[in-house]
Design a protein around this ligand. Sequence first.
Ligand SMILES: *Cc1c(COP(=O)(O)O)cnc(C)c1O
Length: 428
Amino acid sequence: MNMITQLKRSSSELIALEDQHGAHNYHPLPVVLAKGEGVYVWDVEGKRYYDFLSAYSAVNQGHCHPKIVDALVQQAQTLTLTSRAFYNDALGEYEAFVTQFFGFDKVLPMNTGAEAVETALKLCRKWAYEKKGIHENEAKIIVCDGNFHGRTTTIISFSNDPDANKNFGPYTPGFIKIPYDDIEALEKALQQDNIAGFLVEPIQGEAGVYTPADDFLAKARALCTQYNALFIADEVQTGIARTGSLLAVCGNCTCENKCERQAATYQRPDILILGKALSGGAYPVSAVLADDEIMMVIKPGQHGSTFGGNPIAAKVAMAALSVIDEEHLIQNARLLGKLFRAEMQKIIEKNDLVVKVRGKGLLNAIIVNDTPDSSTAWDLCVALKDNGLLAKPTHGNIIRFAPPLVITEAQLMECVSIIEKTITSFKK
Ligand SMILES: *Cc1c(COP(=O)(O)O)cnc(C)c1O
């Protein structure tokens, strides 16, 4: 045993280590996790918590899912990385699997969500020049106020969160911002010259789980078709069963298990962006899916990633997607999501600390009755932690609740009582 594994450090020592040696680019809740299984995580002192963040919806299949871990370990012992300079024996099988799973001709494999968004933007621009006939360097992509698509220089160029973009300029041009969930603004923007596409989150997760009007995505889809612009869905957070359907663009479909993508509510994107739960949180795996007409504009040498499409990622993603089907996680998220919002509504009616619950499936948020710059939501999350449930505020006074989708009804009801107890006894 080496020195590092022998030392058993306390939470406060570990927090101090990060504080001293790590960049301060996050503000974590003061809890240090050492183990996870299913819906639970444990801190270094051995206290158990319900995880109501799920690593921003990466751990939809639950922590350390045995099937996913098994795929990871087996492939890690066999072949980890070849780069795309050579073929590997896992990638083709995965590409066939994932394109069939989501119903697209082709996939372009990447690692993180931000890289997949970057890929989609590049693909959209290239399509615009080579297929739509926009003059080079003139293409514009429409995005929404309040968006969150990742942290690269180009992506933060069209963020309107000052934390995300202040003093990181100069910014990448070529983006037009419209209000979220505003179909008239979208149509006006689409009428401008040189529009290549519309990049949208079907539900804005980071912004505070903003769910658009029921018909917004359908109308946006139709308008993009009408104006020959690509409809690009960033489902990095909302996708893969989180909102009670395979994808949030599936709408209110009632498929009992795997989404068959035949529901009238399905708004098929031209480009679909996935990440996070594509690996069940075991490995960084992201993907861009599109049909040949779009994807084939990228030729050898024009885009890539050393790790994208590596054999571990391929095997892990196939296992992670299989778990969604085998454990009926779409249906579970849909049913338990309804129950959760109904239970939150009861708490809201009895208590004025919380004013609203919103969301879909198991991607939900409560709005705390205080200003966004108050510490109330943060303090409430600290109190929830003390009572055994981990959640994080987003944008000040909003608390997102997104447990792993393997949660059972009994576990969810225990969490409801933790939340109720915490809210009832909370003193500002
Ligand atoms: C998390 C997220 C991303 C970025 O993913 P990373 O893996 O953190 O780069 C992009 N879009 C959405 C909607 C996200 O929630």
